[in-house]
Each structure stands twice: as structure tokens, then as C-alpha cells.
Design a protein. Structure first.
Length: 272
């Protein structure tokens, strides 16, 4: 199964690379158990200590899951390690909430244009369902916090993040571009929670504002006109005042951004 000709780098790196290549070639599938440590040591003609080091390398890459007492298994393809590494790198470089918002404003119109052209009717219906679920979770969370006179709880925030994340994943997947689909969650996880210092609205008004944004874009996608859908997406971004953008520039990536004023309704534009 493995290429057991070991010629370069440390033995552990060579063993890890051979197993990695087997995964990338599809010879080892997600969920499949690796041979035991003694079996791998025999196959590669190395010590069990070398195998342990190789498995640590594979685990760090997110390719192998070591289940104590049960064995070693090939993991499902995921982006958790990529998301964490990207966030740490950007935080260390001083990236801001606005940097991510600006990235969204560049990427989303083109992704939505591709999805408008390529998405199946089933995928568009799924986006409608995901959008309504996001709005429902959003409404319940902010209504509860408003009634109790408190901030959103960690659980409420997590539920909102999960619901909106599902929408973003479906949207990127509808582009039928594998790179974009893979990057959906890492990019989404860079987004920060935003709230406003003043001008707070009742829960239902906030939900209707969100629904108006969703509908303007999703209805445009159903026209199957990519440029029209992209233009609607650009228009939906044109909501922040300069003072709100400046507040996001001052807020480190990942932190809660508090903006000095609320958003206008879609169609009402700010200058500057």
C-alpha cells in the first residue's frame, strides 16, 4: 500500500510523507484505520519510536486521529487546523475587523455571481431554507436578550454562528468551485460579532432588516443573471458609515466590534 523506499529527511518525516501520499492518492479513505504501530514499524523497517513520531506529524497536519485504546484513523477532510492557523497569523499581523469585512466585499459578489450561474434549483432552495433558519435563530436570540435586558449568551452566539455558517457554506458550495467551497468556513470564522452603541431596534425590526438583505440577494440569484446578483450584493454592503468603518479598523480581528451607529435599511446609502 505504501511507498516504503525511504531516502530523504528524517525517518519519521519519510514515513509520515509516505502515509500522507497514500491519503492524497485516495488509497486510504476517511475513517479507515491505519495498521497498528508494530505493523507500520515492520512495513517501513523502522523502530516503533519512529512510527510514533511520524504519527505525531500526521496528527499535526490533521490527517490522523489517534484514539487511545482503539487505534489510529484517517480523519475526515476538514478546515479546523487551517482556520486556526489563518486566524493566529492574521492576529499576529495586526489584522482588523475591517480587513475581513473588506475581504468579504471583494469575494462575495464574485462568489454569488458564480453561484447564480451554476447553482441547481435544489441548491437555491437550500439557500432560502438556510437563510430563514439563520433569521429564526437570530430573532430568538436577540428577542430573549432584549426581554431579559442582557447581552447575548455564549450559547446564543454559538447558535447564531452555526446557522449563519451553514448559509455561507451552502453559498460557497453553490459556486461549484472546490477551492471556494473549502475556504468558506475559514473565511467565515474570521468574521466578528458587531453591535451598536445607540439606535438599537426592537428584535423584529432587526430581523426584518436582515431579511431584506437576504431577499435582495437571493431574489437576484433566482434571475440567473450573474452580474445583477453581484450588483445586488455590492449594494447590500453599502450600509456602513465612515465612523462605523473606522471603528472596525480599530478593532482587532476576532474581537467584538462596537459601532457608533446602526445600519440604514437596504437602499438607503451613506456618503463617505
Amino acid at each position: 500500500m505504501f511507498n516504503t523506499s525511504l531516502q530523504k529527511r528524517t525517518l519519521a518525516q519519510q514515513v509520515a510523507d509516505s502515509i500522507k501520499q497514500s491519503v492524497l492518492r485516495g488509497e486510504l479513505s476517511a475513517g479507515e484505520a491505519l495498521p497498528t504501530e508494530p505493523e507500520l514499524a515492520e512495513q517501513f523497517a523502522v523502530s516503533r519510536a519512529v512510527v510514533r513520531d511520524a504519527v505525531r506529524l500526521l496528527s499535526a497536519l490533521g490527517l490522523v486521529d489517534v484514539r487511545h485504546g482503539r487505534g489510529m484513523y484517517i480523519t475526515e477532510p476538514g478546515t479546523d487546523a487551517l482556520s486556526e492557523a489563518l486566524f493566529i497569523a492574521l492576529r499576529r499581523r495586526g489584522a482588523s475587523v475591517w480587513d475581513v469585512e473588506e475581504l468579504q466585499q471583494v469575494l462575495l459578489p464574485r462568489i454569488i455571481a458564480l453561484a447564480t450561474e451554476r447553482a441547481t434549483d435544489e441548491e437555491l432552495n437550500g439557500l432560502d431554507v438556510a437563510a430563514e433558519r439563520s433569521l429564526s435563530v437570530f430573532r430568538d436570540a436577540i428577542a430573549a436578550s432584549e426581554e431579559d435586558g442582557r447581552e447575548l449568551s455564549e450559547l446564543e452566539t454559538a447558535r447564531m454562528a452555526e446557522a449563519y455558517g451553514d448559509f455561507y457554506q451552502r453559498l460557497y458550495a453553490a459556486s461549484h468551485n472546490r477551492v471556494m467551497e473549502l475556504l468558506a468556513q475559514p473565511i467565515y470564522r474570521l468574521l466578528s460579532l458587531k453591535s451598536w452603541e445607540s439606535g438599537e431596534e426592537p428584535a423584529e425590526a432587526s430581523v426584518e432588516r436582515e431579511r431584506a438583505v437576504f431577499r435582495s440577494v437571493l431574489d437576484a440569484m433566482r434571475t440567473r443573471d450573474p452580474e445583477h446578483a453581484a450588483a445586488e450584493t455590492v449594494r447590500s454592503f453599502d450600509l456602513y458609515t465612515e465612523s462605523a468603518r473606522e471603528a472596525m479598523r480599530r478593532t482587532p480581528i476576532g474581537d467584538h466590534a462596537v459601532l457608533p451607529e446602526g445600519l440604514p435599511w437596504p437602499g438607503e446609502r451613506h456618503g463617505g
